[in-house]
Design a protein around this ligand. Structure first.
Ligand SMILES: N[C@@H](CCC(=O)N[C@@H](CS)C(=O)NCC(=O)O)C(=O)O
Length: 204
């Protein structure tokens, strides 16, 4: 299978999970200029990640891809311990990261796509940063003293949290006082699969 990605983007989540499940895979880096041109035949939404399966099937949308990857290695229990409720809890935090947290980075990365004028763009970025601070406080509280985000068990939600925390650092968001998140980053960066994916993307 092949993961289409942009280095450091949300596709890094899937890259880490591919390392964790230990199945053969390759990655193809999508150039930013190709996103809305040649890559549209892979994902008509013009966004990474996309996962091409060996039979030619293409999966898009990060949560769907992560759920699929987890299903390839049931023994790793990356979508919970096997119960419907545990899976729902992983999905609950994945949805928060994908639909709520991730979305609030969009104005920080590309405010002109949302509103015209420098003052309005700065205001939008400021509001997005405020929402993100609240959301990271929620994530810090959810982690508490645990090592992993959900049920203190490693799941596909953990790499997503790690990726948005990398973005937060790059965007210089105020994460002061959120010590559980700081500890989580250090823990993730000690993981061999995370290190391998970071190295492959030129981020380590
Ligand atoms: N809902 C999509 C969002 C994916 C997404 O936003 N990908 C970003 C990278 S993190 C992207 O490719 N953005 C390019 C663009 O929107 O122009 C998913 O969850 O897969």
């Amino acid at each position: 299978m092949k993961l289409y990605c942009m280095f450091g983007a949300c596709s890094l989540t899937d890259h880490i999970v591919l390392e964790w499940i230990g199945k053969p895979y390759e990655v193809e880096q999508v150039a930013r200029e190709a996103l809305k041109t040649s890559y549209l035949k892979i994902n008509p939404s013009g966004a990474v990640p996309a996962l091409a399966l060996d039979d030619g099937t293409i999966l898009t949308q990060n949560i769907a891809i992560l759920d699929y990857l987890a299903s390839l290695a049931p023994e790793a229990k990356l979508m919970g311990d096997g119960s419907a409720l545990a899976r729902a809890r992983v999905l609950r935090w994945l949805a928060f990261l994908n639909a709520d947290v991730h979305k609030n980075f969009s104005p920080l990365f590309s405010a002109p796509r949302f509103v015209d004028g420098e003052a309005a763009q700065e205001s939008l970025k400021h509001k997005a940063a405020e929402r993100l601070r609240e959301q990271f406080e929620t994530l810090d509280a959810q982690l508490g003293g645990n090592v992993w985000l959900v049920d203190n068990r490693r799941s596909v939600a953990d790499p997503y949290l790690y990726v948005v925390l990398r973005w937060a650092k790059a965007m210089k968001l105020d994460l002061s006082g959120l010590g559980n998140l700081a500890r989580f980053v250090a823990h993730m960066e000690s993981d061999a699969g995370v290190q391998a994916a970071l190295k492959a993307e030129g981020l380590a």
